[in-house]
Ligand binder design. Structure first.
Ligand code: GLY
Ligand code: MN
Ligand code: MN
Length: 440
């Protein structure tokens, strides 16, 4: 087995162990994502399914992992991969395919078979298993295959086999595993964060009044690709002036003006792992007075959130920290009136801050993992990675002094919870007023 891939086998072993504890064994089936047509004979850039890749490290489409948990401990387990066959003709046109033999060897499987054999052997695989673990409701096509397999086994019971009595959405167990990152994942996330930090610096350095937003987007994309990232983790938000108050702005085509702020929310995906950074800076390199006042407030709230992050606190705690700091700031700036408790209670601050302060981060930008269990907030633990991203968005309104109109600011870092507290994985990306102005 290739040493680099033992980590995936260990994850499969952990899933198999949880299946044994749950139902005395069973069969897990996890398909990867399909290729999707874009137009005529072109496809969208291929992205594997995160759950499948987490268990396999196998990058090709048309693949399914089957894991058999025996009742006699790990020695009775079987790790099986179904994948595309070698095909000299297709490989000349479209590139390399591992094929079952090489895939079994390299990715640490006990068996590998051509994907074309899957339908023929599924009922055998599922026979005499107490439970079936698979994604449910993820795709109609896969749901039909699962139902067909269960029916096929049930139709055989007169021959003496038993059909699975339980069908479990395997994503539950995998979500819990994915929530706490292992050393291999943390290394990849640090790399993704380093590339994205550099990309933001590149955009800050090269943005000038008169350029279009997409030109800043091009600076980001240049660094992502140059540094070996395969994709963006989500469509880059490059929002200048009033566009910064549109939370999921995507057009990226406005001409940036002298005196505008530019909010960039962008992160690359590196070997399957996301980064997610937001920085806001003046297009001409110098904050105006009101821009600076609001910026310092958002930064103060972001630093207060970071301060709160350590093992044992509720996930929701730092969101509360952001709300308190921002609400007090809105009172001080004359954007809200009354007492802090009053503003928090009435929700008046939500006119300017209406989203959550962060989310889990991992293979998916809004990553797998629960936020509440039985109503109680999940507590932070070492190995969890989350974003910290308070913001303030001031749309023109009768109750707002005109000097603040169209200021939209968010500051977002990616944070690893550690035994000692936390590590900011995107600390290399400048965020103080002085550091940003000094870049130019
Ligand atoms: N870029 C999406 C987010 O910040 O959640
Ligand atoms: Mn973001
Ligand atoms: Mn985010």
């Amino acid at each position: 087995m290739n040493h680099a891939h033992h980590v995936y086998r260990e994850r499969r072993a952990a899933l198999l162990q949880s299946m044994r504890q749950h139902a005395n064994g069973g069969l897990a089936l996890v398909p990867t994502a399909p290729e999707v047509a874009r137009n005529r004979d072109s496809t969208y850039p291929y992205r594997f399914d995160s759950y499948f890749y987490y268990l396999t490290g196998f990058p090709e489409p048309e693949a399914v992992v089957a894991l058999v948990a025996g009742s006699d401990g790990p020695a009775s387990d079987r790790h099986v991969l179904f994948c595309r066959e070698k095909n000299e003709e297709r490989e000349i046109w479209d590139g390399f395919r591992y094929g079952p033999d090489a895939a079994r060897e390299i990715f640490g499987f006990d068996e590998a078979h051509p994907i074309g054999e899957l339908d023929r052997v599924l009922a055998d695989l599922a026979s005499d298993r107490p439970a079936l673990y698979t994604p449910l409701g993820m795709s109609d096509q896969w749901d039909r295959k699962v139902a067909q397999t269960l029916n096929d086994v049930r139709n055989r019971v007169r021959t003496g086999v038993t059909a699975p009595e339980t069908v479990v959405d395997v994503r539950g167990a995998l979500d819990s595993m994915r929530l706490v990152k292992d050393a291999h994942e943390i290394a990849l996330m640090k790399k993704a964060c380093a590339i994205s930090s550099e990309a933001h610096v590149q955009a800050m350095r090269n943005t000038r009044p008169g350029q279009f937003e997409y030109q800043a987007e091009a600076e980001l994309a240049y660094v992502f690709l140059r540094e070996g990232a395969q994709a963006v983790a989500y469509p880059s938000i490059v929002a200048s002036g009033p566009n910064a108050c549109v939370l999921h702005y995507r057009d990226n085509n406005r001409r940036m003006m002298d005196g505008d702020l530019l909010l960039i929310d962008a992160g690359c995906e590196y070997q399957g792992y996301a980064s997610d950074i937001t920085r806001t800076f003046p297009v001409n390199g110098k904050f105006t007075g009101p821009q600076r006042d609001v910026y310092e407030l958002v930064l103060q709230s972001q630093l207060a959130c970071l301060d709160a992050i350590k093992p044992g606190i509720d996930f929701h705690e730092y969101h509360g920290v952001a709300e308190r700091v921002l609400a007090q700031g809105y009172i001080d700036l004359g954007l809200c009136s009354g007492t802090l408790d009053g503003v928090l209670e009435s929700g008046a601050y939500k006119q300017f801050y209406m989203h959550r302060a962060g989310h889990w981060l991992g293979m998916d930008v809004h990553d797998a993992g629960q936020y509440r269990v039985n109503g109680a907030s999940v507590k932070l633990a070492p190995g969890m990675v989350l974003t910290v991203e308070p913001g303030t968005y001031i749309r023109p309104a009768d109750n707002v002094p005109e000097a603040f109109w169209n200021i939209g600011i968010r500051i977002e870092d990616d944070v690893l919870v550690t035994a000692a507290g936390h590590e900011n994985l995107t600390a290399a990306c400048p965020k103080t007023v002085a550091a940003i102005e000094a870049l130019r």
